[in-house]
Write a protein that binds this ligand. Structure first.
Ligand SMILES: [Zn+2]
Ligand SMILES: [Zn+2]
Length: 343
């Protein structure tokens, strides 16, 4: 089969590889869609990374089942849940499988297809049956990004619900794949006023289509504009889907007292924390979360919202042969919503 493989730092290409053989508890999935994520770019440019098939947002149809698999039939449309946790440890049984003890531990993360095990940018992917979610009537190709671009904002938002009350203000920084889904989830599940921030006018247009009440082009005056629009008090929640230094600075400058500061994007920005009143940039009561992926329950909620028609992914599709071009377009910031490879 053909697969889009990371072959050396900075280099991806289409290769012919064997169709994976499945174990008794695994399913072979014929890929229907594989989304591209900024984390794929981080992997692509990492100084050292094993050779692997990329793609951690995967949907498709059951092609064959291992001997022990029940509950699925050939042809069933499925989504691949990306957190391959143990399912047995204390966090897992508490519903915090994204921070599994046994598969991830204190500073790691559970295995994720396309970032360790082979991912979905190929004609087939093998997956343990217990990591599959039935898609039902959802369109298979455009559902693929729900595995990360849907899941990850849902987790960040679910962890900030106590601040997302009617009358509150939420700021979404970065209207890319995750950001445009985060806006829709906020609009569909809360009564907050939503301000979207991006450096691209085109992406702010997308933000207005997907639930932003106000949009701000990020420039030197963004923080002042948000503060002015909240009587100087700040935003009750800030979701930073970018994480570069200017967006981290913006987030810490505009968060309100008791606010929920949620960092999702891995852009390498930082801020100093000081345990005093004189030098800390943060108001009292702010809670900061380094939000990773999402739980199985978050994934279900995303799928249910999509089935209701309350959220949907804006996709730009590419054939597998055009996969390298898709990466080039993503890197150039020229993909509105999510790029999806359809093999
Ligand atoms: Zn991702
Ligand atoms: Zn676990």
């Amino acid at each position: 089969m053909r697969a889009l493989r990371l072959v050396s730092p900075g280099k991806i290409e289409i290769q012919d590889v064997p169709i994976p053989e499945i174990a008794p508890d695994e399913v072979l999935v014929r890929v229907g869609g594989a989304g591209l994520c900024h984390s794929d770019l981080h992997v692509l440019h990492a100084p050292e990374f094993p050779v692997l098939t990329l793609g951690h947002e995967t949907s498709g149809w059951v092609a064959s089942l291992g001997a022990d698999v029940t509950g699925f039939a050939e042809g069933d449309p499925v989504l691949v849940y990306l957190v391959w946790a143990c399912g047995r440890c204390r966090p897992c049984v508490e519903g915090r499988d994204n921070v599994c003890v046994n598969q991830g531990g204190r500073l790691g993360m559970p295995p994720c297809p396309g970032l360790g095990p082979d991912g979905g940018m190929a004609e087939f992917i093998k997956v343990k049956a217990r990591y599959l979610e039935p898609l039902g009537a959802l369109d298979v190709a455009s559902a693929a990004p729900l595995a990360d671009a849907g899941l990850t904002p849902m987790h960040a938002i679910n962890g900030a619900r106590h601040r997302l009350t009617p009358g509150a203000t939420a700021v979404v920084v970065g209207v890319g794949g995750l950001g445009h889904m985060g806006l829709q989830i906020l609009a569909a599940t809360t009564g907050v006023r939503i301000i979207a921030v991006d450096s691209s006018e085109q992406k702010l247009d997308l933000a207005r289509e997907h639930g932003a009440h106000e949009t701000l082009l990020s420039d030197g005056g963004t923080a002042e504009a948000i503060l002015a629009g909240t009587s100087g008090y700040g935003a009750d929640a800030v979701f930073d889907f970018v994480g570069i230094q200017p967006t981290v600075d913006l987030a810490t400058k505009v968060i309100a007292p008791d606010g929920a500061l949620r960092f999702v994007g891995l852009g390498g920005g930082s801020f100093p924390y000081a345990a005093d009143s004189l030098t800390t940039p943060l108001p009292w009561g702010v809670d900061v979360r380094r939000s990773y992926g999402g739980t199985r329950a978050d994934q279900r909620q995303v799928l249910d919202l999509a089935r209701l028609g309350a959220i949907s992914v804006e996709t730009k599709t590419y054939s597998l042969d055009d996969g390298v071009q898709a990466f080039t377009d993503l890197e150039a910031g020229q993909v509105p919503g999510r790029a999806v490879i359809v093999p």
